[in-house]
Write a protein of this length. Structure first.
Length: 82
């Protein structure tokens, strides 16, 4: 597939960067509404609560018939600040 090697190297670099910094992801907000999740993330950045957008993670838990899709916003907390 075109671009597969590039995506693989990109994922590997991101994984190495994540291992270099000790810490954990702390969940801040969870919702089933996509627009509500986007607004919350924008507000965090606009109010200055999150200085580095790379320390913000958005997880999408895919739903099926019995479980609706859920979105969760998390922030990375380095070990020395935990």
């Amino acid at each position: 597939m075109p671009g597969q090697q590039k995506r693989k190297r990109s994922r590997e670099r991101a994984h190495r960067r994540a291992k270099a910094v000790a810490g954990h992801w702390e969940p801040l907000f969870s919702t089933q509404e996509h627009a509500e999740m986007k607004e919350y993330a924008r507000r965090l950045i606009a109010e200055g609560e999150v200085t580095n957008p790379e320390s913000l993670r958005i997880d999408q838990f895919c739903g099926r018939l019995t479980h609706p899709t859920t979105y969760r916003v998390s922030v990375f907390v380095p070990r020395d600040q935990a």
